[in-house]
Design a protein around this ligand. Structure first.
Ligand SMILES: NC(=O)C1=CN([C@@H]2O[C@H](COP(=O)(O)OP(=O)(O)OC[C@H]3O[C@@H](n4cnc5c(N)ncnc54)[C@H](O)[C@@H]3O)[C@@H](O)[C@H]2O)C=CC1
Ligand SMILES: O=C([O-])CC(=O)C(=O)O
Length: 339
């Protein structure tokens, strides 16, 4: 079996360090898939990359064929088939993610260009660095040789957070919960939506056609909680973690990266949908040319937006608010980059 070329940017950072071990241990591509791992960071972080390399090597991961540590975009992205773009400045207390546009948009412009020039034409790119949706848009605009659908922004952490809170409130096992959706921006305007979500029977955790379903809105009858407290809790979760630990989420973000990539590559489990930030094709009236989180399914290593869900007025308004913010972010970023 041929080894895969995988690149992690910002690998010396708090998320990057955790993801590197997970990738090396087969959490995305499986334990039998060999990996050539490229770890990119900036010069001041190079000693941390050296230490990371030593530790990875000494874990004796059977799927890790080689490790390259580098500060050079060409070396990092040469022949790259999967890129996880984390390297960027994180926000601190009292900041919104969009306050990072000036600090981070150039990074994604440069990396988009390098991916365009050096990577495998079929590369799949997950953008994590904030503001993730707008950085993803910048990246794909700078990589015209690569299909737009090969770029995603990560909203999986929001989805995992939402699923946890719903299962907790319902006092049910999270593994029996299906089809929660994150719409929009990875920001405080995102809309975590349970209108399509349901629980399957506890005894029926292995999906099959005969799963008995019960809608979340029939289990959690507290409409105020669903339409207000729950939404705000998920929209503000990143901030809550920053306020508690002084730094943004790391381990849960690393896990969400693996969950996103695994679904993308190996396919979503049957009867399950997930949410990806992807280039809008105009579905649900969302303007084109922004990266927006939609419900998707994946098969054959491709995602597809779930169409024709019935959208209520409440949902539609929330979806539009987030689209409006993404258009504003795009305008700010493009002005800054002189596009
Ligand atoms: N989409 C999401 O759900 C989430 C996104 N994030 C975002 O991920 C990013 C990284 O977060 P952390 O790992 O906590 O930050 P961190 O500060 O611990 O690590 C960032 C790493 O990126 C490196 N870096 C900076 N500029 C770079 C460049 N031009 N090229 C390559 N590497 C570069 C830094 O040297 C550092 O090692 C932040 O923007 C954060 O806001 C964090 C959590 C969740
Ligand atoms: O909140 C932040 O800045 C980091 C992040 O994206 C998250 O935890 O969802």
């Amino acid at each position: 079996m041929k080894p895969l070329h995988v690149c992690i940017t910002g690998a010396a950072g708090q998320i990057g360090q955790i993801v590197a071990f997970k990738v090396a241990n087969g959490e995305i591509f499986g334990k039998s898939q060999l990996i050539n791992l490229a770890l990119l960071d900036i010069e001041p972080a190079f000693p941390l990359l050296e230490a990371l390399q030593m530790e990875l090597e000494e874990c004796l991961f059977s799927s890790l064929k080689s490790i390259t540590i580098t500060t050079d975009l060409k070396v990092a992205f040469e022949k790259c088939q999967y890129a996880i773009l984390i390297g960027a400045k994180p926000r601190g207390k009292n900041m919104q993610r969009k306050d990072l546009i000036e600090a981070n948009s150039k990074i994604f412009e440069e990396q988009g260009r390098a991916i365009n020039e050096y990577a495998d034409r079929r590369i799949k790119v997950l953008v994590v660095g904030n503001p993730a949706n707008t950085n993803c848009l910048i990246c794909l605009k700078n990589a015209p040789r690569i299909r737009n659908s090969n770029f995603c922004a990560m909203t999986r952490l929001d989805l995992n957070r939402a699923k946890y809170q719903i299962a907790l409130k319902a006092n049910r096992n999270v593994s029996t919960l299906r089809n929660v959706i994150i719409w929009g921006n990875h920001s405080s305007t995102q809309f975590p939506d349970v209108s399509q979500a349901y629980f399957i029977n506890e005894d029926d955790e292995i999906d099959n056609e005969n799963d008995e379903e019960i809608r979340v809105e029939e289990v959690i009858k507290d409409k105020t909680w669903i339409q207000k407290d729950f939404i705000e809790l998920i929209q503000q979760r990143g901030t809550t973690v920053i306020n508690a630990r002084g730094l943004s989420s790391a381990a849960s973000a690393a896990q969400a990266i693996c969950d996103h990539m695994r679904d993308w590559i190996q396919g979503t489990p049957s009867n399950s949908i997930t949410s990806f930030g992807v280039i809008s094709d105009g579905s649900y009236g969302i303007p084109r040319d922004i990266v927006y989180s939609f419900p998707v399914v994946c098969f054959n290593s491709e995602w597809q937006i779930i169409k024709n869900l019935k959208i209520e007025e409440f949902t539609k308004k929330k979806m539009e608010e987030s689209a409006k913010e993404l258009i504003e972010e795009k305008e700010t970023a493009f002005r800054f980059l002189n596009y």
